[in-house]
Design a protein around this ligand. Sequence first.
Ligand code: HEM
Ligand SMILES: *[C@@H]1O[C@H](CO)[C@@H](O)[C@H](O)[C@H]1NC(C)=O
Ligand SMILES: *[C@@H]1O[C@H](CO)[C@@H](O)[C@H](O)[C@H]1NC(C)=O
Length: 511
Amino acid sequence: MGLLLPIILSCLAALIAGLYVLGVFRQRRPGEPPLDKGLVPWLGHVFEFRRNTFKFLQRMKQKHGDVFTVQMGGFYFTFLQDPMSFGAFVKETREKLDFVKFAVHLVRRVFGYVAIENDHHLLEVSSNKHLKGDGLGVMTQAMMSNLQNLMLHNINSDGEQKTWIEDGLFMYCYNIVFRAGYLSLYGNVPSKSVESEEKAKEKDRAESEALFYEFRKYDQLFPNLAYGILSPKQRAEANSLMNYFWKTLSVQKIKAKDNISRWVGDMQQAREELGMEESMINKYMFLLLWASQGNTGPSSFWLLLFLMKHPEAMKAVKEEVDRLVKESGQEVKPGGPLIDLTREMLTKTPVLDSAVEETLRLTAAPLLTRAVLKDMTLKMADGREYLIREGDRLAMFPYIDVHVDPEIHPEPHSFKYDRFLNPNGTRKTDFYKAGKKVKYYTMPWGAGVSMCPGRFFATNELKQFAFLMLVYFDFELKNPDEKIPEIDFKRWGFGSMQPLNDIKFRYRLRY
Ligand code: HEM
Ligand SMILES: *[C@@H]1O[C@H](CO)[C@@H](O)[C@H](O)[C@H]1NC(C)=O
Ligand SMILES: *[C@@H]1O[C@H](CO)[C@@H](O)[C@H](O)[C@H]1NC(C)=O
């Protein structure tokens, strides 16, 4: 007996500690948002969330209102779903809401990169210099010359290109935009390393094609990789893909290239100066590839698809593009020089801008997450206040609350190319909910500290690609009546959405 009691007691203590860890005892305290732990201890709602984030959050919003806390995989996530109160999330200090801490785990799991303290600062510094202002001009020029290489390399080889070519629209767009973006950031094969400039360009095309092929494999594994639920076989595949990218994008290889972007170059150099091991810098190079190339390609697909499905939009954009070419004094003619879309021309495209913004409204759905570092009070726009606990997560999924809110964007599920245009042709930025102006009326790029630093470049990439398609090619859906494919629900929260299936189209050179 003397021995049994302590054993029983310690078992009991272990059990209680276990249940505690599993979150069984957590109760909603006064002043906290509604708490929904779900039925499964610790895991909570994670399965339903993963199956379809949109549907789950919509259900929770209906049940609990616009602020609630749910348990998922050992964490308590408080979702803020009132768009008028988004400022409370976006502008909270870094002492209370931290993005970096949250990102560090993910980055290690999916890219193998072990973060350092200055990572985020280095990214901001380099992005401010090279993805904005004059730096953006350089990037945009590189993008143009790489797009031309990929899309127009056989324009003067007369004959075969002028016949229709059939392809899957998603794969076609993703392929070109990915490869051109990659070459613009990571540089070109130097012409002195091969016989001629032509040979160098050919090599750029071949190497980027091989890279895209592998990238797509990784891309498809990505959602489950991020959630940590790959099968052992898939896990092995993901590992071997990572190895491939670390090698292919290695510092050694990149240093041998011409035209490497300052954005990539600076970030590599800064890490070298901090004494980071080269193998770790290689991993960061892969992280940057994914961040920079995973979204723009899919977005370019939706843009072209929406234009093809909406003749009035296609007509308006085409007119704008034709006018732009004419006003620049250029002309497309067989055998003539390629059209150059200058940075200045890119500032005079309100119709295309609106079409791009509308495309992103419908198809970019990021989940924004922060770690709560200190107990804090969430102050809502209407005066309500909620206590949020240290150690929890705070999250937003703006797609539900703004992108498809019928009050902010009437007929939210239809594509209206001029939704972001004022009647006088300027950019529309006034949107209202319950009579009040909505500041965050779309959030494809996230917001606050983690807002996409590539957003200006990404927008230019989309516009440049659409521009070249419109100027140089006829293109149409193989079956014009085919429905717009469903969105792949597994990717809610990961940025640009992808279609569940591809859609056939055909294209041919016009000149
Ligand atoms: C349509 C295209 C794009 C979309 C929709 C998009 C969207 C986003 C979003 C939503 C985030 C924030 C993620 C978060 O809060 O956790 C993000 C981050 C990021 N994006 Fe983009 N992006 C696009 C293109 C690009 C491009 C072209 C580049 C680079 C040239 C880029 C570089 C980055 C980087 C480096 C981050 C990480 C920022 C950080 O850690 O603070 N993105 N992007
Ligand atoms: C480097 O970029 C310039 C202009 O952007 C381009 O003309 C040149 O062909 C590029 N170099 C290589 C090796 O492709
Ligand atoms: C265009 O119209 C919007 C609102 O419709 C207005 O705010 C803006 O000042 C106008 N701009 C010009 C240049 O007329």
